[in-house]
Design a protein around this ligand. Structure first.
Ligand code: SAM
Length: 258
């Protein structure tokens, strides 16, 4: 808790001090995407998907392949509690929606589907894109698969697998334009996944990390990733961290208060 509070105030100070962003690429990203608060028509679809998930009374048995839960003590969880504690918020899904639209992505990889709320937002944002999403817990995977099907989402390939197995079995996979890493919040695991996905990024890819302040371990790894030789710009939005590989940009860290 202390880590989170300290990190939040430190982020607030950095985002205030570094307000004048001198990179045109990051400046435009901040203005036209990250802090775009105009209401999009499709946000209604995102809300309806969330409502349909929240209305479920189903209880799912969880197979935990991650770093465990800070909230749940048993492996049987109500869907609406998973939605409240483990899934992207409405604000997060809108941001992912805007990121996919802004970068006009065609190939997306999500590690950690959960109930599919972020998957749905990205799929709705870019119906022409192929979204691959990986979930290791079979009952959770099955719930998300049905929800996406009932909401007529056709551009998602949902895969039931551990991240490790998926990444080792898909080495020949194409490059992704956007990769969203949102599961297994363990520092060493996250850095291993990051190193594996480096084989699947191109100059204009963006990798989005959720929960970079979830623990001191996750923050340590986020700092390591920002200094990685392949990473140029990184944007710390507190809830999310974004990293870029654009060779035309020198390595620099940016802080944006959303
Ligand atoms: C935080 S939730 C994902 C939330 C979702 N991306 C969203 O935005 O709503 C993380 C999910 O990743 C799955 N997960 C965690 N570690 C995993 C691993 N090593 N392999 C496969 N799935 C994993 C969990 O079962 C959980 O459903």
């Amino acid at each position: 808790m202390f880590h989170l509070v300290f990190a939040y105030f430190s982020h607030l100070i950095k985002s205030f001090h570094l307000h004048g962003i001198h990179s045109p690429f990051i400046f435009q990203l901040e203005k036209k995407c990250l802090r775009d608060d105009s209401v999009k028509e499709s946000y209604e679809l995102l809300s309806r998907f969330r409502e349909s998930v929240a209305a479920s009374n189903v209880i799912l048995k969880i197979e935990d392949h991650g770093a465990g839960s800070k909230v749940f003590k048993t492996n049987e969880r109500k869907v609406n509690e998973i939605l409240r504690h483990n899934c992207s918020t409405e604000k997060d899904t809108r941001l992912l929606y805007r990121l996919c639209a802004y970068f006009e992505v065609n190939h997306v990889l999500e590690l950690g589907t959960s109930l599919g709320v972020a998957t749905h937002a990205m799929a709705v944002s870019r119906p022409q894109a192929q979204i691959t999403s990986v979930e290791g817990s079979p009952e959770v995977y099955e719930f998300a698969r049905r929800q996406l099907q009932e909401n007529s989402i056709q551009n998602v390939a949902l895969i039931c697998s551990t991240f490790k197995d998926f990444l080792s079995q898909h080495k020949e996979e194409k490059d992704y334009d956007l990769i969203y890493i949102d599961g297994h919040h363990d520092g060493d695991a996250t850095i291993t996944y990051f190193e594996s996905i480096l084989a699947h990024v191109h100059n204009d890819s963006v990798v989005v990390f959720d929960d970079i302040y979830w623990s001191t371990d996750m923050t340590r790894v986020w700092n390591e990733i920002c200094k990685h030789s392949k990473v140029t710009a990184s944007v710390d939005c507190f809830d999310f961290g974004l990293v870029f590989f654009r060779k035309e940009q020198s390595q620099e860290r940016f802080y944006v208060k959303l």
